[in-house]
Design a protein around this ligand. Structure first.
Ligand code: PMP
Length: 437
């Protein structure tokens, strides 16, 4: 028996273990930059999460769900969504879209928006299918399309310099209509739309959405509409839901997240809204992968939405208060960055801000024979030498376009005033050091 044990301990596997679908997608900027931030940063404006708490009414709802009489809160609930949550989401989005939604067939709850995206790609994309992705994009779209056997086809938002020396806005980044149209073909299964867009903060206008919608209808294409930042829109801008445009409801899956909606990214409650003919396939993926999301968290999010439905559009609504608060933080960071020459692109939505770092080239040591984009080297240098963490924009582009958009970094401004002040202090000090010989 001892002999058998030592043999089995020595026997190493020789066959390849990695499935082919993982080839080329094993690198991920988050792993590297989250680690760098944890090791070196004193101020972390890198990864996108609020460092302030969710609203009290939401936390209290979670505590009540956990410590109340109803012990079923600790057990499985309905796999495709806790009934109180799907019911209130159907009511809420039904009101926003102006149509009746069936909680059981038009809504499915997921483990964050991440799993909603994963379900969409797995459910709709076959080997050889193409999926159009608008750059810059939330980075997981590309590997998720590839894992499903599909081919991502990229189309960039193209920046136009603003006139009169004004600061650039995310609205200055636009699709070229002819370029977009040229990406559609009979192989196109879906387009991924992310409005408001992470990382730019661009809120697509009705006209821009109409352009996309017309192409989707013309080419009979699905639209995976990632709207996790739907409430974080500034300066009175309107968030238009592409599903509300003519011909789009039937071909669109809308994706939302309690992480962004209620500042609770760690709860991982997300959802999909769409026609049953699409959602039935998401249910198949969900049923056969994660099956279920935490019951108590779903219960608390349901309570949060009940409150928000009652207060809809009123001053006390969190969906009104949160963007008000974040807009102030945005303006503050815009000023701090502008003052030191890191030209901010004013975001119309989300809690991210992209800044142009071209003027800092001389501060960053050159690495000979490296093909690492400048923004990536800059972000690493900044966190190690200044203690300030940000994310390079090139991480939101495909390999072929990385080096074209490599003089920007992304900051997250969903942070306490003290955190933003500490970031500003670092930037000011840096500027003083730059200007003194
Ligand atoms: N989509 C976008 C555009 C995001 O920015 C994020 C989170 N950063 C997600 C989806 C994932 O959301 P969740 O945390 O709910 O999974």
């Amino acid at each position: 028996q001892t002999q058998f044990l030592s043999l089995s301990l020595q026997a190493t596997m020789s066959r390849p273990v990695q499935a082919r679908r993982l080839e080329g997608i094993d690198k991920n900027i988050w792993v590297e930059f989250v680690k760098l931030a944890a090791t070196y940063s004193t101020v972390n404006l890198g990864q996108g999460f609020p460092d302030f708490p969710p609203p009290d009414f939401l936390k209290e709802a979670f505590v009540r769900a956990l410590s109340g009489e109803n012990h079923l809160m600790h057990q499985y609930t309905r796999a495709f969504g806790h009934p109180p949550l799907v019911k209130i989401l159907a009511q809420f989005y039904g009101k926003l879209l102006g149509q009746d939604l069936d909680p059981m067939t038009n809504v499915m709850v997921t483990v964050g928006a991440y799993q909603a995206l994963f379900c969409c790609f797995q459910a709709f994309v076959d080997e050889g299918d193409e999926v159009i992705i608008i750059e810059p994009f939330f980075d997981c779209y590309e590997p998720m399309v590839k894992m499903a056997g599909g081919t991502p086809v990229f189309v960039p938002l193209r920046p136009k310099a603003p006139k009169d020396g004004k600061l650039m806005s995310s609205a200055d980044w636009q699709l070229d209509p002819a370029e977009l149209a040229s990406k559609f073909s009979e192989r196109t299964k879906a387009i991924v739309l992310n409005s408001p867009n992470n990382p730019l903060g661009k809120v697509f206008s009705r006209g821009e959405l109409q352009l996309i919608a017309d192409l989707c209808v013309k080419h009979d294409t699905l639209c995976i509409s990632d709207e996790v930042y739907e409430w974080l829109v500034y300066d009175g801008k309107e968030h238009v839901r592409i599903a509300s445009l003519q011909g789009m409801w039937d071909r669109t899956v809308m994706i939302g997240s309690a992480g962004k909606t209620f500042s609770a990214t760690g709860w991982k409650v997300g959802w999909t809204v769409g026609p049953n003919r699409l959602l039935q396939h998401l249910r198949t993926v969900h049923q056969n992968s994660v099956y279920h999301c935490a019951t108590a968290a779903q219960e608390a999010v349901a309570r949060g939405f009940q409150r928000e439905l009652e207060l809809y559009g009123k001053a006390d609504s969190y969906f009104v208060q949160l963007p008000g608060l974040l807009q102030q933080k945005r303006d503050w960071l815009v000023q701090s960055l502008d003052a030191v020459g890191m030209k901010p692109i004013i975001p119309e939505g989300t809690y991210f801000l992209v800044a142009d770092i071209s003027e800092f080239k001389s501060d960053i040591p050159d690495v000979p024979n490296s093909d690492e984009p400048y923004d990536s080297r800059f972000a690493k240098w900044m966190v190690k030498n200044k203690g300030l963490a940000a994310i390079p924009l090139s991480g939101f582009y495909c390999e072929a376009h990385k080096n074209t958009y490599s003089h920007f970094v992304r900051f997250c401004f969903a942070k306490e005033e003290t955190t933003l002040k500490a970031a500003s202090d670092i930037l000011q000090k840096w500027k003083r050091e730059k200007s003194s010989p």
